[in-house]
Design a protein around this ligand. Structure first.
Ligand SMILES: [Mg+2]
Length: 401
């Protein structure tokens, strides 16, 4: 049995955890530059606020909302605590993003004398008691189905999707709900009158291969209940890191391109930090409505993992985006990667570290004030950002462009 543990509105959840008086209020966490919404509470969602929405629009929809600039070092500390709890329960944990981890839960019912459902509930209770966070746990035969089961039970739920129930479950899921199927691929299969995940799972292998290629077959096999994408607690170091996704509708406004590109910058940085890497080059990837690909690259002065350096670089790339075009997708790629563990601090960077440590101490004190039962230990890496771009959330599989 494979489990996916995914925190609900993680950044917003972290803020509620250290500021319990904000519970029940529309709270929105803004990206590093304060320009768009990275995470929101359920109350903000009900007001129509979506992830990657520009700050101004969110403010218009929800004038009494509470806007907080993201504090990624604090979220990283919370993430480590979350993963530590999961590792206490399960020996095989693969951290897949700042607030998501896959667990190979095979054998756990025998080990603990509890059903999968009871295990899921207990893990959730423990996370909530220790960290003040709610998470959702989906369990099934493999990663793809665990993720889909998890999405369906959000927030604060435990879902166990047994093999025998897979066909019924998939009959009610849209193709676009399958992790790794972006908007473009969804439209592609819709053209064949296929709208439900169950219909895709029933297609002959040859048709799937024609549509999606060889990697698509792996995804199709998981939909059919096979265990293909293994839970790997020691992922190999990537050669390049990047993220991209499509707009729901093509856009001509470069500011929208910028918003999506910055969203992917933050997500890619999270990966870069998780692997303790720096990037030597960055490129902006765009696709226009005729599916032509544009790649605007930039070689950095020196390898970096610093958000502000990369944000500046990305802003330069955005200025080179051709005007008067319709854009279908946008994303960011880091390449020419190298290890960040031998990074040399110059004097000013050193001072920055000191200032950040000051904020870290404040966060730690606050946390211990509220949740005296555990002690937060300091980390050495500054992670950034995360996830959740509406239903177009990407799944980190070879299948994904
Ligand atoms: Mg989450």
């Amino acid at each position: 049995m494979i489990g996916l543990v995914d925190a609900d509105g993680f950044f917003a959840g972290c803020e509620l955890s250290r500021n319990p008086h904000l519970r029940g209020k529309p709270v929105m966490v803004l990206g590093k530059l304060g320009s768009f919404v990275l995470a929101k509470t359920h109350e903000a969602k009900k007001r129509g606020v979506t992830t990657v929405m520009p700050f101004k629009e969110a403010k218009r929809l929800c004038p009494e909302g509470i806007f907080i600039e993201g504090d990624f070092r604090f979220y990283t500390l919370m993430s480590r605590q979350l993963m530590a709890i999961l590792r206490e329960w399960c020996p095989v944990v693969q951290v897949s993003s700042i607030d998501e981890a896959y667990l190979d839960m095979t054998g756990m019912p025998e080990m603990y004398g509890k059903s999968y459902e009871a295990l899921g509930d207990e893990i959730r209770t423990q996370v909530r008691t220790k960290l003040g966070l709610t998470v959702t746990i989906g369990m099934s035969a493999n990663k793809v189905l665990a993720k889909m089961a998890c999405e369906g039970k959000k927030p604060d739920g435990t879902a166990v999707l047994l093999k025998k129930d897979i066909p019924y479950f998939l009959a009610n899921e849209e193709v676009g709900d399958i992790p790794g199927i972006g908007y473009r691929r969804e439209q592609m299969v819709n053209r064949y009158q296929i709208t439900k995940a169950g219909e895709l799972a029933k297609l002959p292998m040859g048709v799937v291969k024609n549509l999606f290629g060889r990697n698509g077959i792996l995804l199709w096999k998981e939909l059919r209940g096979e265990y293909i994408f293994k839970v790997n607690p020691h992922p190999r170091v990537p050669k390049q890191i990047g993220r991209t996704s499509s707009f729901e509708r093509s856009v001509s406004d470069v500011r929208q391109v910028e918003g999506l590109a910055f969203y992917h910058l933050e997500r890619s940085l999270e990966s870069l930090h998780r692997h303790k890497l720096m990037t030597g080059e960055i490129s902006l990837h765009l696709r226009d409505h005729e599916l032509r690909i544009y790649r605007i690259p930039l070689k950095l002065e020196k390898p970096t993992d610093d958000f502000f350096v990369l944000a500046k670089a990305l802003s330069r790339l955005i200025r080179q985006v051709p005007r008067a075009k319709l854009w279908r997708s946008a994303g960011v790629l880091f390449y020419n990667l190298r290890s960040a563990t031998i990074k040399q601090l110059d004097l000013f960077e050193g001072m920055g570290e000191m200032l950040r440590d000051e904020r870290l101490n404040q966060a730690r004190n606050k946390l211990n004030e509220y949740y005296g039962q555990f002690s937060v230990t300091s980390g050495s890496t500054l992670f950034l950002s995360k996830k959740k771009k509406g239903k177009k959330e990407r799944f980190n599989l070879p299948f994904i462009s």
